[in-house]
Design a protein around this ligand. Sequence first.
Ligand code: CA
Length: 291
Amino acid sequence: MTWDIVSTHRCALGESPVWDKNKNRVLWVDILTGEIHHFYPESGRHDTDRTGQKTGAIALRKSGGLIAALENGFYEIDIDNRLQNLISNPEKHLPDNRFNDGKCDPTGRFWAGTMSMSDKPGAGKLYALEKDLSVTVKIENVSCSNGLAWSPDQKIFYHIDTLTQNVVAYDFEALTGHISNPEIVIQISKEEGYPDGMTIDSEGMLWIAIWNGWKIARFNPFTGKKISEVKLPTAQITSCTFGGKDLTDLYVTSARTGLTGEQLNKQPYAGSLFMIGDTHCRGLETFEFMG
Ligand code: CA
């Protein structure tokens, strides 16, 4: 599999790639600068918006605009009119925490997790913003809440807390959003790197971004085994999602933050959005927030 550079823009900490089929565009964020990027592959147009705070994750909203997990809570964002409104901040009492990775589930809730900005272990939680805009806690004692994915049959939820080096599977009840029976299904060695964001394909296999691993690795969650990997020209690979007309192009985000001048000289593409066009796999449709 081979990569291309999508945009010449370099993020400090690129994350949360989202394919928007209605507008044929890919969106992603730079967590540290609070930018939301929109790129239209057909025309090459690239727009950038700023939230004014650290921006962990975004999702499309069915009724228009975006839903976002920012440093200070869940927000609704009206891109066209440059408006954003706070919906809820479940961690108002924890100013050292910020939101990190997030995504919508198949029935339209927006799930996003938090982490301590001073790396305090177990200080975060995984939350869901429900369709009635109430917030529920899904997982407690999370250190660095990252990748999320739901199986194609919508019966399993997968979650990565990066510091555990594991992917954990839960039974998922689509109607209620209830998760239960956690089980470690994939373990990634530290030599390989740190599991960060992820996506799932139509065969139920997980594509995991490996921070400090220079790659995306495709894992079978039923055997725990790695099936294949795609090498990239930079170490800090953060997340991925399928996009394009047939959902066969894999968009991959990366980061420059923390690299030394010498490392950056050797990794000129650090922070880029990459696209892998020959995965020979297909993703699932992007789920939207239905609230
Ligand atoms: Ca991440």
